[in-house]
Design a protein around this ligand. Structure first.
Ligand code: SF4
Length: 359
């Protein structure tokens, strides 16, 4: 038997060597006001961790999360006696450096829509209670009547009308699509400007996905929102995002305008993801079998050296002259053409790029 009989489970776990996972490593991107910035990739590639880190739901171990705050946020911090250090001439601040006790006002600016409309709502609370909670925490709406008004308006915004029909129901009395509308209303009730939407339609029936995506776009326009949209579905990314970053094992491997990435993918992993989109036409079934990728995603605690995609890359097999670089040096994310960034030794001269990195 491999399990030591007289030791407790906790003791065994304590004795096991500690191993750390870099769920996200060296990720860098810029989001403009009004963007819908997509983060796409397989499960476990670091999309959700990236989104949660930006919101400080996960604390980063290093790096900068630059943010241009609204006056409302600065005023609230001022009232609390906190002045965030400014990092550039535009007045941007570093969210990563905001002490935990001053994060509360930031929640009004930045919110998250969760993937699971079934698990993310408290089953014991009515829809009114679920939506009232952030109002009480952030002291929005002093009287109960004011809060009822705000909740009713939020339900109308997400098209759960008439609101009084929904306010006093429990989550289990709603369909998946209706629950996700409540999730969206909860994220928007404090009037934020930045939303991280973590696979918000992946658990919904295909028939209602488009409705939810359309609602999100409508609200974006109406409330001047900026989204990070996390998805593993490139068809959804094509529909909703204007910029897209493809992630693999905690790194961005390709990034640019969504249209450019999907029409002219350059990284072998992006090409494989695009080829893996199911082909409904039976005449094209052959294409489905030709997905150019090998094996399974390696474990995040045992990341391959060099280009972390090399054990699965078919271009690696086709380019023996590049293999020594692919195996030993991580390719940097380089702008190959305007606003199109790729991390792969197939593009550019590896010797020159390595010299530049090491300077
Ligand atoms: Fe493939 Fe090498 Fe490019 Fe990595 S750097 S994606 S292994 S060709």
């Amino acid at each position: 038997t491999w399990f030591p009989i007289r030791r407790s489970f906790t003791e065994v776990i304590k004795r096991a060597p500690r191993r750390y996972v870099h769920a996200v490593d060296g990720v860098s991107f810029k989001i403009e006001d009004g963007d819908v910035f997509g983060l796409a990739g397989e499960s476990g590639c670091g999309k959700t961790t990236t989104g949660k880190t930006i919101l400080r739901l996960v604390d980063p171990t290093s790096g900068i999360i630059g943010y241009r705050p609204r006056k409302r946020l600065l005023d609230e911090w001022k009232e609390l006696g906190y002045e965030p250090p400014v990092i550039d001439k535009y007045g941007d601040i570093d969210i990563a450096k905001v002490p935990s006790k001053y994060l509360k006002p930031l929640r009004k600016e930045m919110q998250m829509i969760f993937q699971d409309p079934y698990g993310s709502l408290n089953p014991r609370a009515t829809i009114y209670k679920i939506l009232e909670e952030p109002l009480i925490i952030h002291r929005v709406g002093v009287t109960k009547d004011e809060r009822i008004d705000i909740v009713a308006r939020a339900l109308e915004e997400v098209k759960l009308t008439p609101p009084e029909d929904f306010m006093y129901r429990y989550p289990h009395m709603l369909s998946g699509g209706q629950r996700q509308r409540v999730g969206i209303a909860r994220a928007l009730i404090l009037q934020p400007r930045f939303i991280v939407a973590d696979e918000p339609v992946s658990m919904l029936d295909v028939s209602i996905r488009a409705e939810i995506l359309e609602l999100m776009m409508e609200l974006k326009k109406k409330m001047n929102l900026t989204y990070i949209f996390i998805t593993h579905d490139l068809a959804v990314a094509r529909y909703i995002t204007n910029k897209l970053a493809i992630m693999y094992l905690g790194k961005i491997v390709e990034m640019g305008e969504t249209r450019t990435i999907l029409e002219n993918p350059m990284h072998p992993y992006t090409k494989a993801l695009i080829k893996a989109i199911p082909e409904p036409d039976p005449k094209n079934r052959e294409k489905i079998r030709e997905v150019p990728i090998k094996g399974e995603v390696p474990s995040a605690i045992n990341i391959p050296p060099g280009c972390r995609f090399h054990p699965r890359c078919v271009s690696y097999d086709q380019h023996p002259e590049l293999q020594k670089y692919c195996r030993s040096v991580e390719p940097p994310l380089i702008e190959i053409e305007k606003n199109h960034w790729v991390s792969c030794w197939l593009y550019g001269n590896p010797e020159e790029i390595i010299k530049m990195i090491r300077k």
